[in-house]
Design a protein around this ligand. Structure first.
Ligand code: CMC
Length: 391
């Protein structure tokens, strides 16, 4: 009709105004509330970043203590959630469980769903941030047939998560500080990324005034796809399939072949056309973790060689395809011992912080309206109904 801008994939449409995250894709810059991602990944705790994204400023010591304490007060899930988990098949994908489990939270917390009340919104946000590690760890425990572990609030956010995932009641679990630090970085690097597909999904779902837990479940569903958060799982599976550096050229050739749907997983980004600043920190962390754990991993060798070959290949240079955050995260998670199908659930855990921050920002924006895109209609023109016997 000419009345609307046609913009499939929203490549040039700003759907909202936001003061949370700034990206300059040409220069490879990512700032949260103005702070560069590498500085946050180096220096801050995940709770500091969560506070920063939610409230706009880094917390003073007292504020951080209060915030961390508040989050720790919400780490348990209702006992009936255990029954809910037991309804899943053991071989269910953790993201299938997460879509269901987080959606199910909306049936438990009726005192934090009046979205017009900022205090209730904050309680829902705290609950989501606090319960995600518990739920993700439960999804893992269920799949391996081990008992669920209750949270231990004397540990850090990441330490508690590692214990719930890898600990067993039979023996004490000692958190390895190297692994704890690597997890902290991975969580920070995934915490927010402005209006990506899953965050836009959370905003769109939330724009109708929907229940906050249900909105985050919608974000989890979107994140699952291999073009988005599912890429970390797909990238590691691809590196394993390649197996050794000699096999790389054949995969590069497939990625360049227009008639082959294969893409190099963990490569390319809608916004970053130079490099993904998160991938830089991730690569350094992968080296560090493997070195400190005393592990060598053929998967890391393949990853490094693949990066080297791709970055000197004309196709990738011309299309500005660089390794993204998901390229190296899988190598680290694999070394720590997470099964591949847990990777995207870990991404969801960390991104929950960004989702709730963006959801709160949207609800409190006076210009907020229900998200309602228009379309270009390309179907049949008006025509008259034909009875079935005459068709
Ligand atoms: N391997 C080979 N070719 C690629 C790749 C790749 N990974 N990514 C893009 N291209 C090509 C694509 O075929 C297209 O070529 P042409 O212009 O000749 O048709 C061109 O580059 C532009 O690609 P596009 O699909 O139009 O770009 P987009 O902005 O819509 O897609 C993307 C971005 C991330 C979905 C895409 O690069 C991709 O599928 N990458 C692999 C999956 C992945 O790693 N996703 C994680 C993204 S970062 C974390 C996250 O968001 O969760």
């Amino acid at each position: 009709t000419g009345m609307f801008t046609y913009d499939p994939g929203f490549t040039s449409t700003a759907s909202c105004q936001s003061a949370i995250t700034y990206i300059d894709g040409e220069k490879g810059i990512l700032l949260h509330r103005g702070y560069p991602i590498d500085q946050l990944a180096e220096n801050s705790s995940f709770m500091e970043v969560a506070y920063l994204l939610l409230h706009g400023e880094l917390p003073a010591r007292k504020e951080l203590e209060t915030f961390s304490y508040t989050i720790s007060r919400h780490t348990m899930v209702h006992e009936q959630m255990l029954t809910f988990f037991r309804g899943f098949r053991r071989d269910a994908h953790p993201m299938a469980i997460m879509c269901g489990a987080v959606g199910a939270l909306s049936a438990f917390y009726h005192d934090s769903t009046d979205i017009t009340d900022p205090e209730q919104r904050m309680i829902a946000s705290h609950r989501l941030i606090a319960k995600m590690p518990t739920l993700v760890a439960m999804a893992h425990k269920y799949s391996v047939g081990q008992p669920f572990l209750y949270p231990d609030n004397s540990l850090s956010y990441t330490g508690n998560f590692l214990r719930m995932t890898f600990g067993v009641p039979a023996e004490p679990y000692v958190v390895n500080p190297i692994i704890e630090n690597a997890m902290r970085r991975i969580f920070i690097l995934h915490a927010d990324h402005e209006q990506n597909a899953s965050t836009s999904t959370v905003r769109l779902a939330g724009s109708s005034g929907a229940n906050p837990f249900a909105c985050i479940a919608a974000g989890i569903a979107c994140l699952w796809g291999p073009a988005h958060g599912g890429a970390n799982e797909a990238a590691l599976n691809m590196l394993r399939e390649i197996g050794k550096p000699e096999n790389i050229p054949q995969y590069i050739a497939r990625a360049k072949d227009k008639n082959d749907p294969f893409r190099l997983m963990g490569f390319g980004h809608r916004v970053y056309k130079n490099f993904d600043p998160r991938a830089k920190v991730m690569k350094a962390t992968a080296d560090e973790v493997l070195k400190e754990l005393g592990k060598s991993d053929p998967v890391l060798d393949v990853a490094k060689e693949l990066e080297r070959i791709a970055l000197s290949d004309e196709y990738f240079i011309e299309k500005k395809l660089y390794p993204n955050v998901d390229f190296y995260s899988g190598v680290i998670l694999n070394a720590i011992g997470f099964p591949t199908d847990m990777f995207t659930a870990l991404f969801a855990l960390a991104r929950t912080v960004g989702w709730v921050a963006q959801w709160n920002e949207m609800i409190s924006d006076p210009e907020q309206k229900i998200g309602r895109p228009r379309q270009l209609y390309v179907g049949a023109p008006q025509r008259d109904y034909i009875p079935v016997e005459k068709r």
